[in-house]
Design a binder for this molecule. Sequence first.
Ligand SMILES: CC(C)(COP(=O)(O)OP(=O)(O)OC[C@H]1O[C@@H](n2cnc3c(N)ncnc32)[C@H](O)[C@@H]1OP(=O)(O)O)[C@@H](O)C(=O)NCCC(=O)NCCS
Length: 195
Amino acid sequence: MDGVIESSAASGPHDPPAPPPVPVVPDKPTSASRITLSHIMSAHDTNLLGTVHGGVVMKLVDDAAGAVAGRHSEGPAVTGAMDEMAFLEPVRVGDLLHVKAQVNWTGTTSMEIGVRVVAERWNESGPAQQVASAYLVFVAVDAEGKPRPVPQVVPETDRDRRRWQEAQIRRTHRLARRRAIVELRRQRAAEGLDD
Ligand SMILES: CC(C)(COP(=O)(O)OP(=O)(O)OC[C@H]1O[C@@H](n2cnc3c(N)ncnc32)[C@H](O)[C@@H]1OP(=O)(O)O)[C@@H](O)C(=O)NCCC(=O)NCCS
């Protein structure tokens, strides 16, 4: 049968019932879900300075990363964390933004999506300029909103492999930071500090 590993042991009449089949989630290459979302900035997108609001760029980043996560995991996925959002250059009305996103790393149910935002200036013909970057963790979920397994991503190029290694470092730091904060709060609560 496609999609499951059959239990290999033959069962007799007095054997315990066979365990449920383990779903197989085949690996997928990075290129299978990589996307570019393009958008022209309008006057509705500006802040008080007349440049594009950071939140507008963040929404596009989340949209692109969500599309990649859905394609890679072949189902719904939610934003679990967004970190290292960097705004490198201002974006202006009329600029054509290209939001490039790919799966950098996969865990059991989570994926790190790397996003790079480049702008083609409305009044220049030079090469597109990088204006922002971000790393997001998406968690694939089932119909009840519970985490579900994701295919392992298979990096295809040296750059993909470097991104996978860097994502693994970020993952280690994220988990360590979360553990340290949980432990600090536990200690403070144990000392009766109520904040
Ligand atoms: C994301 C969510 C599904 C995680 O659920 P959970 O019960 O905490 O799941 P788990 O603890 O089993 O963690 C599942 C995976 O997510 C990862 N994860 C969970 N919280 C994370 C965080 N803050 N940062 C990074 N990774 C995180 C875990 O490491 C784990 O990864 P792995 O399976 O690859 O090892 C849940 O918190 C949720 O539904 N959040 C709301 C998401 C949402 O609505 N987003 C839209 C923004 S409004």
